[in-house]
Design a protein around this ligand. Structure first.
Ligand code: ZN
Length: 139
């Protein structure tokens, strides 16, 4: 048995435990006509992990990096918890991260963020206050 197989088995065991929990916790909330489908077996069929791939090491080739000018201007949540602090040097709040995808043609945003900009534009204030609770004060 390869390491991948063992890992896969462990993952699927974890998934099954999650399904069990979900079915136990939510079966009462599922519509009557859907109850037959809401089983651990069915969830397993839909979501079971069939294979895993090792993620390739990040390439450091310069040509693949997107220059700052060509990067999407959208703010993304980024990590969890997100980046949120007051930058004294720039004298402004930094919230989240900038999208790392390339801009679309002559637009400011990538394809995804042209359609939807949930966290606003990077460098401007976000359109909501969801970052506030993650704010860390720098010493
Ligand atoms: Zn984007």
């Amino acid at each position: 048995m390869s390491v991948e197989d063992i890992f896969l088995e462990l993952l699927n065991q974890d998934m099954e435990n999650i399904f069990k929990q979900i079915v136990t916790d939510y079966k009462d909330r599922v519509q009557e006509n859907k109850k037959n489908e809401f089983t651990i077996e069915n969830l397993g069929k839909i979501f079971q992990i069939g294979g895993i791939k090792r993620i390739k090491e990040k390439t450091t080739e310069k040509s693949k990096e997107i220059s700052t000018d060509n990067r999407c201007m959208a703010r993304i949540w980024g990590s969890t918890p997100p980046v949120a602090y007051y930058c004294r040097e720039k004298q402004k709040y930094i919230y989240g991260e900038r999208c790392s995808r390339p801009k679309k043609c002559d637009k400011d945003y990538c394809g995804l963020h042209l359609k939807n900009l949930p966290h606003g534009r990077f460098g401007e204030l976000p359109p909501h206050e969801h970052f506030e609770k993650y704010l860390v004060t720098e010493n």
